[in-house]
Design a protein around this ligand. Sequence first.
Ligand code: PLP
Length: 445
Amino acid sequence: MKRSYLIKPLVDEQLPEIAFGRGVYLYGADGKEYLDGSSGAITCSIGHGVREITEAMNEQAKKVSFVYRSHFTSKAAEALAEKLAELLPGDLNWSFFVNSGSEAAETAMKMAIQYWQEKGRPSKTAILSRWRSYHGITMGALSLSGYPERRVRFTDHLASNPDVSAPYCYRCPYQQAYPSCNLMCADDLVRSIRRMGDENIAAFIAEPIVGAAGACLTPPPGYYERLREICDRYDVLFIADEVMTGMGRTGKVLATEHWDCLPDIVVLGKGLGAGYSPIAAAVASDKVMKPFQEGSRVIMSGHTHSGNPQSAAAALAVLKYMDKHSLAEQAARQGQHLKEQLKDMQSSFPFIGEVRGRGLLIGIELVNNPNDMTPFPKHLKAGAKLVELAFRNGLILYPASAGVDGGDGDAVIIAPPLTITIQETAELLKRFKRTCIQFSQWQKE
Ligand code: PLP
C-alpha cells in the first residue's frame, strides 16, 4: 500500500480515489460508479464536469486568476455581485466575497456588530442563535452553532452559546402540536432577547431549514414571519444562514423566500460555486449598507482570496447555468417527487421515522422504534451504518444529526444535484431501497 501523507477525516483512513465526475455520477479510480446523492457536502448543485463552467474558468485563468481586493476590482467579481443583486429578493444587493461558509458567517457577524457601531449603538454586540444549528467550524461561527458534537472539544474557546429553541415539530421541545402550540419555539427568541437585553443584541442568526445539525428541520407556517416581527420589534438584525439552503437548493433562490421574511444579511456558500471553486458571500441589504456608506465606509473583514476573479468567474458561470436551466424550479419539482417516494417507503421500512425538507434538501430521521420514536442506541452508530451500506451500493448520502438532548439521534440527508433527471431519481431510489433492505437485516441481527 502506497503511503499517504494527506490527513483524512479519520487521520489515516483509507478512502477510495476518485477519477472523474459527470453529471450526478462520480467514478472511482477502480472504475466503481457512485450516484452523488448528497452533491458532496450539499455543494455540487449543477452536477460534476459541466463544460460551460470549466471553459469560463479557463478563460478567466488565461486573463488573471488573482488580484488583491485592496488593490483592484475585476470584471468577474463585479459581474457576480451584480448577478446576485438581480437574483436575490428585496434589497439584498451588497456582496462581500470570501472562501467558505464559515468565513461568510464570520463576516455576517462582523457586519452586524459594525452596523450598530456605525449607528451609534456600540453596546449591541451579541449575536443570538438556536440549538440544532450549524454555522461553521471557525471559532466565531462555531460559538453560534448548536451542534454539540462539533463544539465539545473547543468549549473553552467558544465565546457564546446558542440559546433559542429550534423549530423541531417531530420532537417538539415543548411537547406541543402545531398549530395549537402557537409557535412557542419562535417566541423563545423573545425570552432570549429579554434575558440578555435588546440593547446588547446585534443580530439573530438561523438556517431557514436546518442542515447538518437537524437533517432538514423545516418550520411550520408562520414561524419565520413571527421571527421577522420579533427582530423588528427589538431592533435586532436577522441573518439567514443559507449556506446549505441557498442558490436554488430548496426550490427557490433563497429558502427564506418560502415565507414572508426578508433577511437583513444572507450568508451564502456551497452551491454558489457549486464545487467548481471555493467561494462564499455575506450579502447585505441596502438598510445594512447605508450607515457604512454614510459613516466610516469600512467593513472590517476579508481574507487574502476574497473576491478573487478565478472563483468569481466560476460562480458567475454557475449562476448563469442555473438560470438557463431553471434549476430552482427543477429542484422544487424533483424534490417533491423524491420526497413522496421516500415517504411511501416508510411503511416498508419503519426505521424511517420522518422524511422532511423542501426541494432537493431532504432529511430522514432514523428511529429504532417507530411507535414511540425511540432513537437508536448511540453506540450502534445507525446513521453511519446506513451511509456505509449506501456507499457500498454506489449511493452517496450525507450523515446528519438529530434528536432532542444534544443530538444523539441518527439522520441522513439526501440532496442530489439539482440537475437530476427522473431516470436518475429512479436509480437513486433503487439504490436507496437496496440499502434499506440491508439496513433492516442489520437491525435484526
Ligand atoms: N453554514 C451552514 C448552514 C452550513 O451547512 C455550513 C457547512 O456545512 C457552514 C455554514 C460552513 O461552511 P463551510 O464548511 O464552507 O465553512
